[in-house]
Write a protein of this length. Structure first.
Length: 507
């Protein structure tokens, strides 16, 4: 297995993901908590960092048990760390070293660069630069602006790169990690979703013992897979609550509840539609709507959790992108774009400990884990759906009538995507009800009714997205069907904005 030492880079989890893509197990440990027993680790990766090796806050762990003992791949800060503390020189960079660059020189006959050729695009993101290699440093690659883009240490399996192989923009990043981990370090490729399930279930059994756990199911992939893992670990001690906030898709509450029961989960469906819709009445500000929904959800959930005797834990289906996106919401460095209500911890009054079995995984990995537990493919393939549901797709204030209209429109759109075999080609799709009326003519009558926007996007993680080029014929048929069948709608438009600068949801 691989030890990833985290120096605080925003990309550390991506390194872990790339390693898992090679079916290799990895563990992330903070740079200052290096495991004392290193026997089981076959390779070590040092992450990047927001800190400079030249600053007072420099992170300088003792790597003497690792250097020369284990194969090391030092990325970005890691590379600067090696240079700075081993006889090289790191200085502030005076050229642009952010974004795309191309490897202009690659040393020949190096396993590290096998199948990677000059011109290969790499992603840079650093403000310091390595001026001089450390002792025994051998230059392996350069870009136009960064001479010491990659080097190794003679006599050790220590490799260092100034760019980030873990981001997709480094087009040969996967190959480079493959070369380092498999060719150089000889790490076994035996991590699979099954092994994740086995280890996680064992871990949960030990952690939870005979304790009772409560979990909020949402109908989505993440909470469902989290529930299955916990169900395997603790069976009936897992109490699932599925709340109908009145903002779900058409028939979703009944259908999904039924499906959960079929999976053997101990689940209680709570219909709190009226409570949510009452609290939202007359509210049209997107953030206010989100906050109300978050608050009412917590109230409803708390009422239900109190009905379970001696519950000790709250389980959540948090996955890794939730953690990154909500950093800003909890006061991190980046601006708050939208306050996703399903992360951010739990209200004080609940006093439960939190268990999050999927916290290190990305969505596609969660799906693979679910599939390895034989969960239903339709459930696992479901598009993401926001916690606040249709509330953030009904622009402006909400009424039960608007919810009904949007449910009908959404159902036609989604069913058509399924019947045209387009559903699985789209990452997320939904309809938005716009707060404008426009004039139309139906038969001989003038109409003055609502407009809906359809949105379908491609994405890997929801952080960036592009609109999908759906066939004209599909759009034509869907638009006709919506206008003919859904009373109150006389116009359909298709959203052709990418994220950024737009977002996926309209609110
Ligand atoms: P945006 O609109 O920010 O959405 O581009 C990115 C992804 O996040 C989902 N989303 C949410 N999910 N609570 C959620 O659970 C929320 O408040 C929320 N807002 C957006 C959105 O559906 C998309 O998949």
């Amino acid at each position: 297995k691989v030890l990833i030492l985290d120096f605080g880079s925003q990309y550390t989890q991506l390194i872990a993901r790339r390693v898992r893509e090679l079916n290799i197990y990895s563990e992330i440990h903070p740079f200052n908590k290096i495991p004392t027993d290193l026997r089981d680790y076959n390779a070590v990766i040092l992450s990047g960092s927001p800190v400079s090796v030249r600053s007072d806050e420099v992170l300088h762990p003792d790597l003497s048990n690792i250097r020369g003992e284990k194969p090391i791949l030092a990325v970005c800060y890691g590379a600067q760390y090696l240079a700075h503390f081993s006889g090289g020189e790191v200085a502030e960079s005076n050229t642009r070293e952010y974004g795309r660059a191309n490897l202009g020189y690659i040393k020949e006959n190096e396993d590290f660069f096998e199948n990677i050729h000059e011109g290969s695009q790499v992603w840079m993101s650093h403000s310091d630069t390595i001026k001089q290699l450390p002792e025994r440093g051998v230059l392996l690659a350069s870009t136009e602006d960064v001479e010491n883009a990659a080097f190794k240490i003679e006599g050790e399996d220590t490799y260092a790169i100034q760019f980030h192989p873990e981001v997709y923009h480094s087009t040969d990043g996967h190959q480079l990690l493959h070369n380092f981990l498999i060719k150089i370090a000889g790490v076994k490729q035996d991590w699979t979703p099954q092994s994740f399930v086995e280890e996680t279930v064992e871990g949960l059994k030990t952690k939870l013992g005979n304790d009772k756990v409560v979990l909020g199911l949402s109908g989505g992939v993440d909470s469902s897979v989290a529930a299955m893992l916990l169900h395997k670990a603790i069976g009936k001690n897992l109490y699932c609550i599925f709340v109908n906030n009145g903002l779900l898709r058409k028939n979703e509450f009944e259908d999904v509840l039924h499906q959960y029961e079929g999976m053997g989960l101990n689940v209680k469906g709570v219909d709190a539609s009226a409570r949510f819709l009452n609290a939202l009445a007359g509210k049209s500000d997107p953030e206010e709507k989100r906050k109300i929904i978050g608050r009412v959800f917590i109230e409803v959930f708390d009422d239900e959790a109190h009905l379970i005797q001696d519950v000790k834990w709250l389980a959540q289906g948090t996955i890794y992108p939730d953690v990154i996106e909500s950093v800003s919401a909890t006061g991190g460095p980046s601006a708050t774009i939208k306050s996703h209500h399903n992360v951010g911890g739990l209200p004080d009054f609940m006093k439960l400990e939190v268990v999050e079995p999927l916290k290190s995984l990305f969505k596609d990995e969660v799906r693979r884990v679910g599939a390895s537990m034989n969960m239903d493919a339709m459930l696992l393939g479901r598009h993401p759906f926001p916690g606040p549901g249709l509330a953030i797709r009904i622009l402006g204030d909400l009424t039960p009538e608007k919810v009904r209209i949007l449910q009908e429109v959404d159902a036609i759109f989604i069913n058509n995507l399924r019947s045209w075999n387009l559903y699985d080609k789209v990452w997320q799709a939904g309809a938005m009800l716009l707060p404008v009326n426009s004039v139309g003519v139906m038969g001989d009558e003038r109409t003055y009714e609502k407009c809906v926007a359809l949105r379908a996007v491609e994405s890997t993680d929801g952080m960036t997205a592009d609109w999908v080029n759906l066939p004209y014929e599909f759009l034509q048929k869907t638009s006709n069907e919506i206008i003919n069948k859904v009373k109150g709608v006389n116009r359909v438009v298709y959203d052709i904005s990418s994220k950024p600068p737009a977002t996926i949801e309209w609110e």
